[in-house]
Design a binder for this molecule. Structure first.
Ligand code: PLP
Length: 369
């Protein structure tokens, strides 16, 4: 079986993990946490890093750090992971959706302005699969209407938009270090910001809102979302190899495109736009409408042939959990619906070999033909 993802862990990870064990520093109080926060902030060109236990927690803390709540609206893409909408809903605010661009699969920024109301407080930007969101119009809208930007850069560590690092655009930006991300700590996440007040609020929210003077007296409710020193040890080692990993992802993406471009039934990822080269966080494929099988059937056949796949995200406006809450009634986002129904991604992990990629391509050829 070729797994959909397999991370690469090396000697350096072992060495730094051993340091945790040798020194006894295993909790969030250990020195690697602060070091990892500083190195991430430096890498993305931000002032502050706040490490947390996963990317979803990074989003929860990011949204909670703003003064957003009941009656407020946050604009976000329908085509994304549930963590984004959940973070907004948990503050009492309402997510307001836009559809995605049919080619890049990212939020269609031309749909944002029509969704801005007097209640809109922020835009949540989510970079999806390999290309960044087209930021220029979005930034000017945010500026014009005084909206905060929450940037979910979980899939885009190492990617740039017109040469500027993804994760450097948000008033707050969130990252994940799940094993399929470019840097992994097993589970882990990070918040980056240049704003010292927001950074302080995030640190407090991550740590139960303990107070420095009266530790067990709480003015606000927080979470225990702390990252351990062992996770940070892995993160530091992984971050040292980020450039190598990004280069490998790009080579893999280009190779898949070479191997699959003769299959007309497949819409393959866009290699580049005027603002970025695809980083191929995952290699997504959308079955064209003319092709008779749907994504589920193709994925099943690939699985029978020993190739792991994952479906695309399921749009937020189609989520039963949100429909039960009465959200997004009667709304339709046809591009998100189309790619959710017709899209899936193939093995894209850093441990993938050339031979495995060729096998994946052969299996796809067999099924499509
Ligand atoms: C992975 C991911 C997350 C969630 O991160 P976890 O660490 O799995 O909680 C959030 N947003 C996007 C876009 C992601 O890809």
């Amino acid at each position: 079986m070729i797994p959909v993802n397999e991370p690469v862990l090396g000697k350096r990870e072992k060495e730094l993990l051993a340091t945790c064990i040798d020194t006894g520093w295993i909790s969030s109080e250990g020195p690697f946490v602060k070091q990892f926060e500083e190195e991430m902030a430096h890498r993305v060109g931000r002032k502050y890093g706040v490490a947390v236990c996963n990317g979803t927690a990074a989003l929860d803390v990011s949204v909670a750090a703003f003064d957003i709540g009941k009656g407020d609206e946050v604009i976000m893409p329908s085509f994304t992971i549930i963590s984004c909408a959940a973070a907004i809903i948990r503050t009492g605010a309402s997510p307001v959706l836009v559809d995605c661009d049919p080619h890049t699969w990212n939020m269609d920024v031309t749909q944002i302005e029509a969704k801005i109301t007097s209640k809109t407080k922020a835009i949540m930007v989510v970079h999806i699969y390999g290309l960044p969101v087209d930021m220029e119009l979005l930034l000017s809208l945010a500026e014009k209407h005084g909206l905060m930007i929450i940037e979910d850069a979980a899939e885009m560590l190492g990617q740039t938009y017109k040469g500027r690092a993804c994760g450097s655009f948000g008033d707050i930006s969130a990252f994940s270090f799940y094993p399929n991300k470019h840097v992994t700590t097993g589970e882990g996440g990070m918040i980056l910001t240049d704003d010292d007040i927001l950074a302080k609020r995030c640190r407090s929210l991550r740590n139960l809102c303990f107070q420095p003077e009266k530790r067990f007296v709480h003015e606000e409710l927080g979470w225990n979302f702390r990252m351990t020193n062992m996770q940070a040890a892995l993160g530091i080692a992984q971050l040292e190899r980020l450039d190598e990993c990004v280069a490998k992802k790009r080579r893999m993406g280009q190779r898949y495109t070479e191997l699959l471009s003769d299959l007309e039934a497949l819409e393959l990822p866009v290699a580049k736009t005027e603002y970025a080269d695809n980083i191929y966080w995952v290699y997504g494929i959308v079955l064209r409408d003319e092709f008779s099988l749907n994504a589920k059937e193709v994925m099943q056949r690939m699985n029978q042939n020993g190739v792991g796949t994952r479906p695309f995200f399921w749009p937020m406006h189609k989520q039963p959990v949100f429909q039960k809450m009465g959200l997004f009634k009667g709304e339709s986002y046809p591009e998100a619906e189309r790619i959710a129904r017709r899209g899936f991604y193939i093995p894209s992990g850093l441990a993938l070999t050339d031979q495995q990629m060729e096998r994946v391509a052969n299996v796809l050829h067999e099924i499509i033909k």
